[in-house]
Ligand binder design. Structure first.
Ligand SMILES: [Zn+2]
Length: 259
């Protein structure tokens, strides 16, 4: 008989297989990314169906399997209803889930990444400015996986950075002073205000983050800087980041709240 275990998970994505089943990818605290088969989940009377929508946080009972584990029980702990009822919020939540999916390894404990993902979904659901939530999540989820960028001193010459335009370099994993600015096309100017916000986000949590106000141009600059780093670390763009850009273009709007 296969061994059963309990854990908690956030549904990252569902892949359909066969007529009635789905493979679900979860972010869990103790086993990192877990992929498990949910049998019969597409049948109308499935007792699992309502609990396994993307971004749901649930209590899980799983049976260890050879290639995939099997979901044997599941109960919703938080469905983040406000996030789910708004296309923008949902898209941002899915972007956070995508990033967590890329940064987590299967079977490798990553409690801080799990906690960060739940925190980000909670903040989006609670109405915190998505621009703050996502930049905070990007910085800290990268940090959980060993990629916290250097924000205080030059990542090359290690001198203290001055209050002037410095350069954000994904390849150097942080900020560069004007003298060390690389020739690589990926390095981008980072304004004094942007550096200040990144440092603040790196050192603050919860209500301290929520109370920041970002003007749209600064929000856009921060998004560009962090997207450059995320894309570099993952070696490709997160698909939902592209989807967010397309959504923005299709509706010809600035993202609400300047996210
Ligand atoms: Zn330098």
């Amino acid at each position: 008989m296969s061994r059963l275990y309990k854990t908690e998970g956030v549904v990252l994505k569902r892949l359909y297989t066969g007529e009635a089943d789905a493979i679900i990818a979860f972010c869990t605290p103790d086993r990192g990314k877990v992929r498990a088969i949910a049998r019969g989940v597409r049948r109308p009377r499935s007792r699992l169906a309502g609990h396994l929508e993307p971004l749901t946080r649930c209590a899980l009972m799983l049976a260890e399997g050879r290639s995939f584990d099997v979901v044997s029980g599941c109960e919703t702990l938080d469905s983040f209803p406000a996030l789910r009822s708004d296309l923008w919020l949902l898209s941002w939540g899915l972007y956070a889930a995508d990033l967590a999916e890329r940064l987590s390894a299967e079977g490798v404990e990553n409690r801080s990444l799990f906690r960060r993902l739940v925190g980000a979904l909670d903040a989006l659901d609670g109405g915190v400015d998505p621009a703050l939530v996502l930049r905070h999540f990007e910085l800290h989820s990268l940090a959980c996986s060993g990629y916290l960028p250097e924000l205080w001193q030059c990542a090359r010459c290690h001198r203290q950075l001055e209050a002037t335009t410095n350069y954000f370099s994904p390849a150097a994993a942080g900020l560069l002073c004007p003298a060390c600015r690389g020739q690589e096309g990926l390095d981008r100017p980072a304004s004094v205000a942007a550096v200040k916000v990144l440092r603040y986000l790196a050192r603050h949590e919860g209500p301290d983050v929520a109370r920041l106000k970002l003007r749209p141009p600064l929000a856009r600059e921060l998004e560009d800087l962090m997207q450059g780093l995320v894309t570099y670390v993952l070696d490709r763009e997160v698909p939902s980041a592209r989807w967010l850009r397309e959504l923005r273009a299709a509706y010809r709007v600035e993202q609400p709240n300047g996210a």
